[in-house]
Design a protein. Structure first.
Length: 491
């Protein structure tokens, strides 16, 4: 997620200013002296070089965990947060789409009103029930655990449009599938995020969306079975966290997040390393006890880890007419312990869907590679006749601020252009469709096709819901026969 294009700029100067990189190797240099002081205090920390290497690896491993932990705090824990939605195990139906005021999650989807549900699976499993939904209306229920693995789907593509009850269980749950349950989904963590997306055709369609949302239900398994409830899980005093605070408090947040992410075979090694520098449930000492030099090494590692994630995003995608296309979202088996891919997925846009559910070409450049900057140019993107995005459901192009990846305030409150809007848009004489991407109105005659841009750099995301698998298709991501047209500056 290029959540903030550079999370950690400026820390290099801090590290060098503390003498981190100067005079290493001498017995009496500041580094050696700092390490001796740590030992004297009883802090059996690795060397500063080892600490830096572990912290860098830990940043890449921990970025999605930290981002998820911060969102959980803002959405389900901190009732005073401007982003608070509902307590655990209660659905919050949003009778609107995301706007520039929504800042807890970068690159928010403004196509589909969300219903938000944070699950606490410690005491018992939860049952999610969905109503019958018209085949013409796309909906999905995405299940994401604390590892940011997409561990299951309910919805138009995955399970169809019939009503049904689905069981979500936490780690270690053992039991038979109860009668009346269509499928069981297993989370690797005791807390899991559930994202309901319900297609909105136009503003007047909101009452119909609300009727669908009213049919979404979540209840403990005991209530579903009409049995006595088990004892409640103990109350937790969560370490407060915000999306805005990630840069300043990254390792403190990681320490907190790891309490709720049970170790697995894939992450056993990195978690042991993190414990050796005082981070995580198995830590050998408090991270705050590290010397100033050790902490500076950690700051430097954070920046270099962030750079690696950016490089991965730049190189790990296929460039198609200036659009970056790849498949970075999936379940535990999909990632196979590839922490760099998982961090790249989170930074590109946390809580993204599996490619078969939705594919997300994104860009910051024109077709020829020049940076998109609406303070300098107006732009267009033209879909040739008969070559609109090939989807079973719908598609959109959403505008974000290039620096923050949040939606932008604009005079017509339009954050995207999507396929349900096609009826009101004007096509060219040859049947092609041109979108106008600029900060100022292109004029009344073209305003239906205008996607307002910031007076600054641009980040554009195309969302292709339920992409077709037969040609022409964007699947496999980046290798399909359908290619998004490039963005062109207006001369």
């Amino acid at each position: 997620m290029k959540a903030k294009r550079r999370f950690f700029s400026g820390v290099l100067g801090i590290a060098i200013g503390l003498g981190l990189l100067a005079g290493c190797g001498k017995k009496d240099d500041p580094i050696a002296q700092a390490e001796k002081k740590d030992v004297a205090k009883g802090v059996a920390a690795p060397s500063i070089a080892e600490t830096k290497a572990i912290a860098e690896e830990g940043f890449i491993y921990g970025l999605p965990l930290v981002m998820n932990y911060a969102v959980m705090n803002e959405f389900a824990v901190d009732t005073k947060s401007s982003q608070f939605k509902a307590p655990f195990n209660q659905i919050n139906n949003q009778h609107r789409v995301a706007t520039y005021k929504d800042t807890a999650v970068v690159t928010p989807n403004s196509d589909t009103p969300y219903s938000i549900l944070w699950l606490d699976l410690r005491a018992e499993p939860m049952v999610i029930s969905v109503p019958a939904v018209a085949k013409t209306r796309y909906y999905s229920v995405q299940l994401v655990d604390g590892n940011t693995y997409n561990f299951g789907y309910i919805g138009s593509r995955a399970t169809g449009t019939e009503p049904g009850n689905y069981l979500v269980v936490g780690p270690g749950w053992k039991g038979e599938t109860p009668a009346g349950i269509k499928k069981v989904f297993s989370s690797t963590t005791p807390f899991a995020f559930t994202i309901f997306r319900t297609q909105l055709f136009n503003p007047a369609d909101m009452p119909n969306v609300e009727k669908v949302q009213a049919g979404y239900k979540a209840q403990p398994l005991s209530a579903f079975l009409k049995q006595p409830a088990p004892p409640a899980a103990p109350k937790i005093d969560f370490v407060p966290a915000t999306t805005e605070g990630i840069k300043k408090n990254f390792y403190e947040y990681l320490d907190a997040a790891l309490q709720f992410v049970p170790p697995t075979a894939e992450d056993k090694e990195i978690r042991a390393k993190l414990a050796s520098i005082g981070i995580g449930p198995g830590k050998t000492f408090e991270f705050k006890d590290l010397s100033l030099e050790h902490k500076a090494a950690v700051l430097l590692a954070m920046k270099e880890g962030d750079d690696k994630v950016d490089k991965f995003l730049a190189s790990g995608m296929k460039n198609v007419n200036g659009w970056s296309i790849g498949s970075f979202f999936g379940d535990r088996a999909f990632y196979k312990g590839d922490w760099l891919m998982r961090a790249g997925a989170a930074k590109a846009g946390i809580y993204g869907n599996d490619a078969v559910e939705a594919t997300y070409p994104f860009t910051r450049t024109t077709a020829t590679g020049d940076a998109l900057d609406a303070s300098k140019h107006n732009y267009t993107i033209t879909f040739p006749a008969g070559q609109l995005p090939p989807v079973n459901s719908f598609w959109s192009v959403t505008m974000y601020d290039g620096k923050t990846q949040f939606l932008i305030k604009n005079p017509i409150d339009r954050y995207l252009i999507n396929s349900p809007m096609l009826r009101g848009m004007k096509k060219n004489a040859d049947g092609s469709l041109t979108l106008y991407i600029q900060k100022d109105s292109p004029g009344k005659a073209r305003e239906a096709n205008w996607l307002p841009a910031p007076n600054d750099t641009i980040y554009l995301v195309m969302r292709l819901y339920w992409p077709k698998t037969e040609p022409p298709s964007i699947l496999p991501p980046g290798e399909g026969t359908w290619k998004p047209p490039g963005i062109v500056p207006v001369k």
